[in-house]
Design a binder for this molecule. Sequence first.
Ligand SMILES: [Zn+2]
Length: 64
Amino acid sequence: MDIMKAAHVLGPSDVQIKNVEKPQVGSGEILVSMKACGVCGSDLEKIYGKYSQPSMRLGHEPSE
Ligand SMILES: [Zn+2]
């Protein structure tokens, strides 16, 4: 099982880095290894409780 790290919002102001299983890549898909990513406004809204989903991942702003 391949493992990667992911930043999860577990509740208001509660962010934890967890080891998670790497996603399986399907036909015509690629898996990109990110070294760094930004935190944008929608990530901050998740961190400060403006969304109510149980466990949300951060990091949709990739960087070089
Ligand atoms: Zn964004």
